[in-house]
Design a protein around this ligand. Structure first.
Ligand code: FAD
Ligand code: FES
Length: 233
């Protein structure tokens, strides 16, 4: 078990959890968090938001029982962390856009620290948060509240585009960029059960064969994903 340094609410139902310890991880990888005994049965996957010497941070939104329980934890409480799991976004030396929708902004703080030349696009539904923090680490930050952050994106300007957010947003980014030079990478955040590739709960419908978000992803090249099938069309 690890000790919590702080669990700060940064917007309505959105928290930054800071946990003590020396942790590893690549951008786009995730940890599995558990703050309870037998119930709920499953631990909850959350992306790496930041790693520094002596601490790891997660940016999370309260959706249901598990995240509600995590939000109640205070400094000095214990939490179980396992990880890092999954693959991550690639390291790109060229022009990179990182697009986060809602709580999908989470991985792009650590990502911008690793690639400080990247432009970060933050799309929020109702309320922006942590924009000042992103501005400290990214070359440029474009923020959109209540609209479509994708409308602000010039796809011609980039060699690679990373997206994390609602599936519709990832699909729309792919459609907008598919005839351009940029490679689009999407983080397919599926519901997970075993987390180790055994149960197939996290299947992503791909062009060749279905893949598992927990071990083959969560990051995929957008060209691999069959978005129409994923959307049930
Ligand atoms: C690889 C990965 C990385 C993630 N990173 C983050 C992160 O950085 N920050 C963050 O806030 N959340 C992240 N999530 C989502 C997070 O895991 C879920 O919100 C959480 O597990 C919900 O648990 P709960 O007990 O609060 O809600 P539950 O009671 O389990 O579910 C509440 C509602 O949320 C929906 N839901 C649950 N999990 C998901 C999911 N994975 N995708 C879509 N809908 C879901 C359910 O269908 C239900 O409607 C990530 C998920 C994955 C797979
Ligand atoms: S969660 Fe079981 S295979 Fe991915």
């Amino acid at each position: 078990m690890s000790i919590i340094i702080s669990n700060r609410e940064v917007a309505n139902n959105v928290y930054v959890l800071t946990v003590e310890g020396d942790y590893q991880g690549a951008i786009g990888q995730f940890y599995i968090l558990r703050a309870w005994g037998n119930y709920p049965v499953l631990s909850r996957p959350i992306s790496i938001h930041n790693i520094e010497e002596g601490k790891i941070q997660f940016l999370y939104k309260v959706f249901g029982e598990g995240t509600q329980m995590i939000s109640k934890l205070r400094a000095g409480d214990e939490i179980g962390l396992e990880g890092p799991f999954g693959n991550g976004f690639p390291h790109i030396e060229g022009k990179v856009a990182m697009i986060g929708g809602g709580i999908g902004v989470a991985p792009f703080y650590y990502a911008a620290k690793q690639m400080p030349w990247a432009d970060v696009y933050l799309g929020f539904g109702q309320e922006a948060y942590l924009v000042d923090e992103y501005e400290k680490v990214a070359a440029n930050v474009v923020t959109n509240v209540g609209g479509r952050v994708l409308d602000d994106l010039d796809v011609d300007a980039y060699d690679a585009i990373f997206v994390c957010g609602p599936h519709g947003m990832m699909h729309a980014t792919y459609e907008k960029a598919k005839n351009n030079k940029a490679d689009v990478y999407v983080s397919m955040e599926k519901r997970m059960a075993c987390g180790v590739g055994a149960c197939l709960v996290c299947s992503v419908i791909c062009q060749e064969k279905n893949k598992r978000a927990c071990v083959d992803g969560p990051v995929f090249l957008a060209t691999e994903v069959n978005f129409d099938a994923e959307n049930g069309l």
